[in-house]
Ligand binder design. Structure first.
Ligand code: ADP
Ligand code: MG
Length: 433
């Protein structure tokens, strides 16, 4: 049924929306007239609930003759809820690797290249020098990506390699369930008979003393047998509260590397790469620059922003340009206004007083020009980071003392002239809304 539904959508919406929003959606179950649709991100959730829900109901009705109510859930929530079947051994968390997380797909930059090189080296020689390898850093910077790239690369070299990827919470749940069901032997076998164990986000071991002890033993067993261990954390393990000293000392036995937020060049390179992977052609460079300067910490958000722009442009049936990107990303990321230029201040002031910009930068000494010129100098000092000599230069090469004099004069006059004050305030508002 789901395939039919998707095909219906394909007929009625544009290909990019289909690819971005409809294709990633999966039907999970159809029970009691409820269809559960699984979506990868909040963004998809938003789209389905707001824009596609009615159409989906309509299609479902058309195809089945029944009233079926769609229910949207996020993949991650579904994974949390999924109760293991009662008669299954419950210590066997199998989290599949994401095949897209490869070294090839990872864009190197100044702030991640050491982590990248270490991860690559560990994957080429598992159980060697970099054991354990621990990568730490803030969320969304590529830790999970690199960790899984290690596994994916190991599997290229040796398709039979036994590799287990879990989050620290998975490990804990498996351990607890093994106690409940009296299957600790199997649990241990499962976690120790491996070529590599990858445990993501070990900060969640904090305060879980029983789990820490079990993991300590797992760690030692693997390490003694030269099996590769890879760990990630959101901060330096030494700073994770309530982690036992001996566990911390193990964590930093091999190599500990940090990832920090990518710099502007790397962010632009990442966007270019993502656009290429998504087959998006002809996006102007300004758009990449704009997105990269707006989203300056988290790579996942960077990807999300690009996708948002793409879908927005598609929805409005326009090509992707900077104005569209601005619209699409309103209220997202860092909204610091672009630095104001002296040139713009001169233009606004000139327009406000009905004179030419060349008057402002010129030398005429008539009153109806001198005062606007002084106001423009004052505003340049107030609203930009430019030095007095710099401002002087932009005003037709005037001396910095001239600028200082103008600023002084305006400041003094404002204290006694409330009309001037109002005028300047409204200009300021205009320039810095
Ligand atoms: P973390 O585990 O540190 O929270 P992830 O590994 O989940 O971060 O990365 C978030 C997203 O950003 C993923 O889709 C990942 O592929 C992508 N990503 C992060 N860093 C890079 C990079 N340097 N090059 C390409 N993609 C990256
Ligand atoms: Mg992660």
């Amino acid at each position: 049924l789901w395939e039919t539904v998707q095909n219906e959508f394909k007929q009625s919406i544009t290909p990019p929306t289909y690819e971005n929003v409809v294709a990633p959606a999966k039907a999970y179950s159809l029970q009691n007239h409820q269809l559960t649709v699984v979506l990868p991100t909040d963004y998809h959730l938003d789209w389905w609930k707001k824009s596609l829900n009615i159409q989906l109901k309509h299609i479902l009705h058309e195809k089945t003759g029944e009233e079926i109510e769609p229910i949207y859930v996020l993949t991650k929530d579904l994974m949390k809820k999924a109760d293991p079947a009662p008669d299954q051994p419950t210590y066997k968390t199998q989290t599949p690797l994401n095949p897209e997380y490869t070294f090839d797909n990872f864009v190197e930059g100044r702030t991640n290249q050491f982590a990248y090189a270490s991860a690559f080296a560990a994957s080429e020689q598992p159980g060697g020098l970099y054991n354990p390898l621990l990568i730490y850093g803030d969320v969304g910077l590529g830790k999970t990506h690199l960790m899984q790239a290690i596994a994916n690369n190991m599997l290229v070299h040796n398709p039979d390699a036994k590799i287990k990827y879990v989050t620290s919470e998975n490990f804990m749940n498996d351990y607890i369930n093994s106690i409940k069901t009296g299957t600790q032997e199997q649990f241990r076998q499962e976690y120790r008979d491996l070529d590599a164990l990858l445990v993501d986000d070990v900060q969640f071991f904090s305060e879980k003393n029983g789990t820490q002890l079990e993991f300590f033993n797992t760690f030692n067993s693997l390490h003694d047998n030269n099996k590769q261990i890879v760990l990630t954390a959101d901060q330096n393990p030494k700073e994770i509260p309530n982690l036992t000293d001996r566990l911390v000392s193990r964590f930093v036995w091999g190599l500990t590397v940090e990832i920090t937020a990518p710099d502007l060049e790397t962010r632009i390179a990442i966007l270019n790469r993502k656009a290429e992977e998504e087959n998006l052609q002809g996006i102007p460079n300004e758009v990449f620059n704009f997105i990269a300067s707006k989203i300056n910490t988290n790579v996942r958000e960077l990807e999300g922003a690009l996708m948002r722009v793409r879908v927005f442009a598609d929805l409005h049936k326009t090509s992707i340009n900077e104005a569209v990107a601005r619209e699409a990303l309103q209220g997202i990321g860092n909204d610091a206004p672009a630095t104001l230029s002296i040139d713009l201040i001169q233009k606004k002031v000139a327009a406000h007083f009905n004179i030419n910009q060349s008057d402002i930068t010129g030398k005429k000494r008539v009153k109806n020009i001198v005062i606007p010129r002084q106001i423009a100098m004052y505003l340049s000092r107030e609203l930009t980071d430019n030095s007095l000599p710099r401002i002087g230069k932009e005003f037709g090469g005037k001396d910095h003392t001239t600028v200082l004099h103008a600023i002084d004069k305006i400041e003094k006059q404002m204290t006694s002239d409330s009309n001037l004050q109002k005028e300047i305030n409204s200009l300021k508002k205009d320039l810095r809304p």
